[in-house]
Ligand binder design. Structure first.
Ligand code: UGA
Length: 446
C-alpha cells in the first residue's frame, strides 16, 4: 500500500497472527516477530500453529506481504509496532506484564517517528507507565497508543474484518489518527479517546460479557428449582432491545484465556485502587460453582460416581478452537477423576492427554460413550447435535445425557430413549425410560 507504514507485530500468538494476517489482507506490509523458533519455522513453512478458522487462508493469500522473524531489529523499518504478547494473571490476580516490558526492551533503535500500539489487554494505567519508561529511555520519537483487541477465538478473522467498533486511545491526536488510518477499508464506528479510557473499555467489555453469562447461569439454576426453562426465559428477556440476546446462553460456565484473567485483573485493579468490586467477586464465584454443578447433576441420576464411567464430550473452552486454557472441561474432568469416576474424553481438535492424567482421550464420540453411565456435553461442537442417536444409546451402559450447553432438544432426546439433564430446564430421569435398566438409586445423592 503506497505511503502506508510497514506494520511490525510483537508476538505470533492468536492476537498477533490474526492482526498481522488481517492487516496484510487490508494491503499493508507486515513483519511478525516471535521469540519461539519453532513457531517462526512453522509459519515460514506455511503451517498455522493453532486452530483458528479462516486464518490459514488469509495468511496464505497474503504470503507475499507477511514476513516472520526472530530478530527484533528486523522491525526497525516498521513505522507502527503492535504489541500482541501475553498478559497472563499472576498469583495475586494482577496481569503479568513481563512480556510487555521485554518487548519494550527489544524495541529496535530508530531515529524515525515510530508508533507503539498496545493490542494486548493490560491494566488501566499501563499506558502511562510505558510512556514514562519510553521518556526515561529518551525514546521521545516513539508515540504510544492503546488499541485493544476484541477478537473472540473461533471468529477472530471475522471479528477483525467486521468489528463492532475500533477503540483508539492516544496521548497525541495525530498518533491516534495514524492508527485509525491503518484500518481504512473497515466500516465501523471508531471510538477515539484517552489511553486510560481505551484500556478500561477492554476490561469493562470482558467483565460485562462474563457478568451476563454468570447472571443467566444463576437464573438457570433458579429455573431448575422452580420448573421454568431458561432457554425461553433468555429469549423472552433478550428480546428487550435494552438488554439484547447475546452472551445469554446458560451452560457449564465461561472459560478461555481472557474472561477469567480480565475479570480478575479488573477486580484486582479496583482493589489496588481502594475499591472493592463486589459484583465481579460474585461473577467469578458463580462461574466456579457452575462448572462443579455438573458433578451433582450426575450424582442426582447415578448416585456415587466412584467406578462409574463418564464420557466428557468437548474439551476446548468453546467450539472452533483447540484452546483449553481455563476450559470448564478441565475442572469437570478433574472433579470426576477425584470422585473416582472412569473418565473418557473426546474433542475433535483439542488434546488433553498431558493435562488430564488418568482420563482416556478417545478418537470418536462413539468410542467415548461406549460402556458409559453418562455422557456430558461440555463444548457445543456441531458433531454433538446428533448425540441422541440409536448407536450412542445402544453403546452406553446407561442412556443418560447431561447437556451442559443446552445443545439438544429435551423432548426429542427423551423420545430417542435417553434420560436428559440440561442447564436450567426440566430434566427426565432414567427411571422414566421403560426400556432401560433400572437406574442406580437416587437416595443419598446430590
Ligand atoms: C472473549 C471476548 O468475547 C472477546 O471480545 C475478547 O476480545 C477476548 O475474550 C479477549 O479478551 O481476547 P473468547 O474468550 O475468545 O473472547 O471467547 P468468547 O466467545 O467470549 O467465550 C468465552 C466463554 O464464554 C466460552 O467458554 C463460552 O462457552 C462462554 N459463553 C459465551 C457462555 O457460556 N455463554 C454465552 O452466552 C457466551
Amino acid at each position: 500500500m503506497a505511503g502506508s507504514p510497514t506494520i511490525g507485530i510483537f508476538g505470533a500468538g492468536w492476537v498477533g497472527l490474526v492482526t498481522g494476517a488481517c492487516f496484510a489482507d487490508l494491503g499493508h506490509d507486515v513483519i511478525v516477530r516471535d521469540v519461539v523458533p519453532e513457531r517462526i519455522d512453522a509459519l515460514k513453512a506455511a503451517r498455522t500453529p493453532f486452530h483458528e478458522p479462516e486464518l490459514s487462508d488469509v495468511l496464505a493469500r497474503n504470503a507475499e506481504r507477511i514476513h516472520y522473524t526472530l530478530e527484533a531489529d528486523d522491525l526497525a523499518s516498521a513505522g507502527v509496532l503492535f504489541i500482541c504478547v501475553q498478559t497472563p494473571p499472576t498469583y495475586s490476580g494482577d496481569a503479568d506484564l513481563s512480556y510487555v516490558w521485554t518487548a519494550l526492551d527489544d524495541l529496535p533503535h530508530t531515529d524515525e517517528r515510530q508508533l507503539l500500539v498496545m493490542k494486548s489487554t493490560v491494566p488501566v494505567g499501563t499506558g502511562e507507565k510505558v510512556r514514562a519508561a519510553l521518556d526515561a529511555r529518551g525514546l521521545t520519537n516513539v508515540g504510544y497508543i492503546s488499541n485493544p483487541e476484541f477478537l473472540a477465538e473461533g471468529t477472530a478473522v471475522r471479528d477483525f474484518m467486521k468489528p463492532d467498533r475500533i477503540v483508539i486511545g492516544a496521548f497525541e491526536a495525530e498518533d491516534g489518527a495514524a492508527v485509525e488510518a491503518l484500518y481504512a477499508g473497515i466500516d465501523t464506528p471508531v471510538v477515539r479517546t484517552d489511553v486510560a479510557s481505551a484500556e478500561m473499555i477492554k476490561l469493562a467489555a470482558n467483565a460485562f460479557l462474563s457478568t451476563r453469562i454468570s447472571f443467566i447461569n444463576e437464573i438457570a439454576n433458579v429455573c431448575e428449582l422452580v420448573g421454568a426453562d431458561v432457554q425461553s426465559v433468555a429469549q423472552g428477556v433478550g428480546l428487550d432491545h435494552r438488554l439484547g440476546p447475546h452472551f445469554f446462553r446458560a451452560g457449564v460456565g465461561w472459560g478461555g484465556s481472557c474472561f477469567g484473567k480480565d475479570v480478575s485483573a479488573l477486580k484486582q485493579l479496583a482493589g489496588n485502587s481502594g475499591y472493592h468490586f463486589q459484583l465481579l467477586a460474585a461473577v467469578i464465584e458463580v462461574n466456579e460453582l457452575q462448572k462443579r454443578r455438573v458433578i451433582s447433576k450426575l450424582e442426582k441420576h447415578l448416585g456415587r460416581l466412584r467406578g462409574k464411567t463418564i464420557a466428557v464430550l468437548g474439551l476446548a473452552f468453546k467450539p472452533d478452537t483447540d484452546d483449553m486454557r481455563d476450559a470448564p472441561s478441565l475442572v469437570i474432568a478433574s472433579r470426576l477423576l477425584a470422585e473416582g469416576a472412569v473418565v473418557r474424553t473426546w474433542d475433535p481438535v483439542a488434546d488433553a492427554r498431558d493435562r488430564l492424567i488418568g482420563a482416556t482421550q478417545c478418537a470418536t464420540v462413539l468410542e467415548a460413550v461406549t460402556g458409559a453411565d453418562a455422557a456430558v456435553i461440555v463444548t457445543e461442537w456441531e458433531e454433538l447435535r446428533q448425540l441422541a442417536s440409536a448407536d450412542v444409546r445402544d453403546a452406553m451402559r446407561l442412556p443418560l445425557i447431561v447437556d451442559g450447553r443446552n445443545l439438544l432438544d429435551p423432548a426429542e432426546t427423551r423420545r430417542a430413549g435417553f434420560a436428559y439433564e440440561g442447564v436450567g430446564r426440566p430434566s427426565s430421569p432414567l427411571e422414566a425410560l421403560p426400556e432401560t435398566e433400572p437406574a442406580v438409586p437416587v437416595s443419598g445423592s446430590t
